[in-house]
Each structure stands twice: as structure tokens, then as C-alpha cells.
Design a protein around this ligand. Structure first.
Ligand SMILES: NC(=O)c1ccc[n+]([C@@H]2O[C@H](COP(=O)([O-])OP(=O)(O)OC[C@H]3O[C@@H](n4cnc5c(N)ncnc54)[C@H](OP(=O)(O)O)[C@@H]3O)[C@@H](O)[C@H]2O)c1
Length: 430
């Protein structure tokens, strides 16, 4: 057997702890697959004395992760600290010291991935990040390797387990967002005190930026992703969605269009019976559309110690086997800056809910505002009938320009026809 691959782990929290356990439990199995052992030679975290469920005294402890990154004891630095500042410094130090890098850090790769990949390329080192998107689902390898011979045109995913759990619970129990969020926080599924990285859609946007880059050969463009979270979704919309044969999911959608690259994260109505509609609870799912392979679907655990460690280990195994693939699948000099498609020009179908006082003429006002913008109605439901009572008018549009739909909604509001701002949810065929 060849010399062991010597690794250092910076960050020993959920993922780092899971990695130590997985490498220990499956040591022989992994060695057989790589033809060599993967040996932990150094570790670093903030608190040396924290109980981590394993004995850290077995490994060399580094007070400063940047020192671990440069240590002669390691060939690979695994960055599992998270965030952008210290993590970026640790990754840079490792690459500058000739160490391969494996990271699960989506925020870092989405924002600085192209720069770090160029650094890795300069020294012929690996920068692997399978765990940075959809955890245990091997979507990075699927895009970068399995589908490499295809023109990939579209990637659509449920990429955040917290949001999917909250939407699933809202649907199953009829409870409002705030209630379910509080419960998810108590269960450890959502961050405390500030869950907005997940619920605001930003975590999904980081992952989508990475997947779009791998799929389309573009530089990661996190700033170009349109982001809308799930905090304004109400049980009433979930129940109307079911009446129309749909379910609401927070989707990340990236597509190559004639108008440029479209990258958007928002609550989306997806038809029941399609693959992503059936991805429930904390699970993630990704659908890809590519020229030769057609539609591919992957579903599984997107987070947690085991699934994320599984992805990190797959990256380590690649390095142990001597595999070096450019971080984003092509040399960094070939990554093009994507032309961003204007979302307003996108054509799609829309769910619109107007809460109105049930008075004569209200429906006519709504219909005429939509008609003025050339938005035509495919179907409509009205609930409630007593005069002067708040009722919901729900409309599904035919294909329409997004900017026109938004203008029509503003006109309805300006006409004083609604008692609260209208709700719009984009619909997606899958
Ligand atoms: N959790 C998941 O399911 C999951 C899934 C996919 C990707 N990821 C990504 O994986 C990374 C790690 O996530 P996590 O959930 O494992 O985070 P976590 O549980 O908060 O662990 C972070 C670890 O980093 C250590 N740390 C913090 N600042 C440090 C510093 N300046 N120097 C050295 N160590 C430092 C902490 O030390 P102490 O323990 O001493 O405080 C802790 O061990 C993140 O980039 C995250 O986005 C996580």
C-alpha cells in the first residue's frame, strides 16, 4: 500500500466531528478504495477542551488553523470552519503552502471560488467542494464529471433542508410560518437567533451560484442570483396550491436562456407528481437537464454530520487516488463572466392572491388591471361571500411577462381594490 494521505481538519463542529467519525469507522474500507490510508495528522478548532465525542488527544492540536494549513505534517487541509474571513485565510495559506484543499464552505466558494480555484490551479493542487452544495447528494461530481460531455441547460433544486422542513410542516399541520420556524429552531433544524441565512433564501443562493458555475462554465456569480425567502408564505397559499394541484417549494433555478443566465431563488409552485414536489421534510433534491442525458434527478440528505462528511470523504478519496479535476470543471481562465438575464423579461405562469372586501366591481378592477398589462387569466377561485368581509380572489395566469404581472399587481393596489398587498408566487413546470 502507498504512503498514507495525511490530512489536517480545521473546524470540528457538526461536519468536522462527523468527518473524524466516518474516517475512523470506515478506515479499512476507505483505504481499500484508495489504495492508501487517509490519516488525520492535525486538528484545529476554537476550544481545545470542548467534548467532541471523540478523543482529540489522538491528533496533533493546532491553536491557529492557519498554522495547521502550513504544517509539514499534512498533504491536505480540510476547511470546516465556515464563514468567509478566517476560512479564506486558512484556504489561501494551505494552497500557498502546497496543500490540497477540501471544503464544505458554500459561502466561501460562491463568493471567492474563482479566485481560490485559480490559486489551486497555479500550484496544480485540488480544491474540492462536493459538500458545499446539497450535502450528501453528489451533485458537484454529477455536473463536473458525470455530465461533463453534455451541454447542461438547466439545474433546479431544493437545496435547503431547513426551508423544505418548514414548508412541509406548514402543509401537514396548517400552522403559520412563525410557529413552525420556532419549532424548527427548538429541534436544531434552524439557526438561533437569526435563521435568515436559510429562510431568507441566501444559503440556497450560495449553492445555486456554485451549481450554475459548474453547469454552465461561468464564474460563480452569487451577486447575480435573485433571492426571495419563504417568510411571507402563508398556510392559505399552501392550501390554494393544493387546490390547483401544486405544492410550494423553495427552489433554486439556474438556466441558460436567450437573454443570458437566469439564476433565481424563490418560493415556487410545482405540480404534484413531479420529482421535486415529492421531496419532503429535510431532504434535498436536484433536477438537471442536459443535451444527451436528458433529465436526471438526485434526492437525498442535504445536511447533517453523516451526509456532509460523506461528501467530504469522497473529495479526499479523489485526492488519495491522484485525481485532479479543475475546481469548476474547466480551467479558471476559461470561466466566462455570465451575462445576467433580466428577470422582468422572463415569461412564466403565476399564482396571484388578492385579499379584497367583497364589494361590487372589485373583481372587474382586478381583471381590467391584468388586461391592461396583457396578462390573461387561466383560472380563478373566490372564497367568502358576506358583504364587507375580507375574501381571497386567487388567479392563475397564462404565460405572461413577469414585469407585466408585477405592474398589474401594483395597479390593483393603487386602485384601492385590496386590503393588503397582493401575493405573487411563480409557478414552474418541471
Ligand atoms: N452542518 C451541516 O449540515 C453542513 C452541511 C453542508 C455544509 N456545511 C458547511 O460546513 C462548514 C462547517 O459547518 P458546521 O455545521 O460543522 O459548523 P459548526 O458546527 O459551527 O462548526 C464550526 C467549527 O469551526 C470551529 N471554528 C470556528 N472559528 C474557528 C477559528 N477561527 N479557527 C479554528 N476553528 C474555528 C469551531 O470551533 P469550536 O468547536 O471550538 O467552537 C467549530 O468546531 C460550513 O462552511 C457549513 O456551511 C455544513
Amino acid at each position: 500500500m502507498k504512503e498514507p494521505l495525511r490530512i489536517g481538519i480545521a473546524g470540528l463542529g457538526t461536519v468536522g466531528g462527523g468527518l473524524v467519525r466516518l474516517l475512523t469507522e470506515n478506515e479499512d474500507h476507505i483505504a481499500a478504495r484508495c489504495g492508501r490510508r487517509i490519516q488525520i495528522n492535525g486538528i484545529s478548532a476554537r476550544d481545545r477542551h470542548k467534548d467532541r465525542g471523540f478523543w482529540p488527544g489522538r491528533f496533533e492540536w493546532f491553536e491557529d488553523a492557519r498554522e495547521l494549513a502550513q504544517s509539514d505534517l499534512i498533504d491536505v487541509l480540510v476547511e470546516l470552519i465556515g464563514g468567509e474571513n478566517v476560512a479564506a485565510q486558512v484556504v489561501e495559506k494551505a494552497l500557498e503552502s502546497g496543500k490540497h484543499v477540501v471544503t464544505a464552505n458554500k459561502a466561501l466558494i460562491a463568493a471567492q471560488g474563482a479566485r481560490l480555484a485559480a490559486l489551486a490551479e497555479k500550484w496544480n493542487l485540488a480544491l474540492n467542494f462536493e459538500a458545499a452544495a446539497a450535502g450528501g447528494i453528489p451533485i458537484v461530481k454529477a455536473l463536473r464529471e458525470g455530465l461533463a460531455g453534455n451541454i447542461i441547460t438547466r439545474v433546479v433544486g431544493i437545496l435547503n433542508g431547513t426551508c423544505n422542513y418548514i414548508l412541509t410542516q406548514m402543509e401537514e399541520t396548517g400552522r403559520p410560518f412563525a410557529d413552525v420556524l420556532a419549532e424548527a429552531q427548538d429541534l436544531g433544524y434552524a439557526e438561533k437567533p437569526d435563521p435568515t441565512l436559510d429562510t431568507g433564501g441566501f444559503d440556497t443562493a450560495h449553492k445555486l451560484a456554485i451549481l450554475a458555475s459548474l453547469a454552465f462554465g461561468t464564474a460563480p456569480d452569487a451577486a447575480g442570483v435573485y433571492v426571495q425567502g419563504i417568510d411571507r408564505i402563508s398556510p392559505v397559499d399552501i392550501s390554494f396550491a393544493a387546490e390547483f394541484g401544486h405544492r410550494i417549494k423553495l427552489l433554486g433555478i439556474a438556466a441558460v436562456t436567450a437573454r443570458g443566465v437566469e439564476a433565481r431563488v424563490h418560493p415556487t409552485m410545482v405540480p404534484l407528481g413531479t420529482p421535486l414536489a415529492d421531496v419532503m421534510g429535510v431532504l434535498n433534491g436536484v433536477v438537471t437537464e442536459s443535451s444527451a442525458a436528458g433529465v436526471s434527478v438526485l434526492e437525498g440528505r442535504g445536511a447533517g454530520a453523516g451526509p456532509t462528511a460523506s461528501a467530504v470523504v469522497s473529495d479526499l478519496i479523489d485526492i488519495a487516488r491522484g485525481l485532479r479535476i479543475p475546481a469548476f470543471g474547466i480551467p479558471t481562465a476559461s470561466l466566462v463572466v455570465p451575462e445576467r438575464a433580466n428577470l422582468g423579461e422572463r415569461e412564466g405562469t403565476f399564482y396571484l392572491r388578492f385579499n379584497v372586501l367583497d364589494r361590487p366591481g372589485v373583481l372587474a378592477t382586478i381583471a381590467s388591471c391584468l388586461a391592461d398589462q396583457a396578462v390573461s387569466i387561466e383560472s380563478m377561485i373566490q372564497r367568502g361571500r358576506a358583504p364587507d368581509e375580507k375574501v381571497s380572489i386567487v388567479i392563475i395566469t397564462h404565460e405572461a411577462r413577469e414585469a407585466a404581472v408585477i405592474a398589474a399587481m401594483k395597479a390593483v393596489e393603487a386602485a384601492g381594490a385590496v386590503v393588503e398587498p397582493p401575493c405573487m408566487i411563480r409557478m414552474e413546470r418541471l
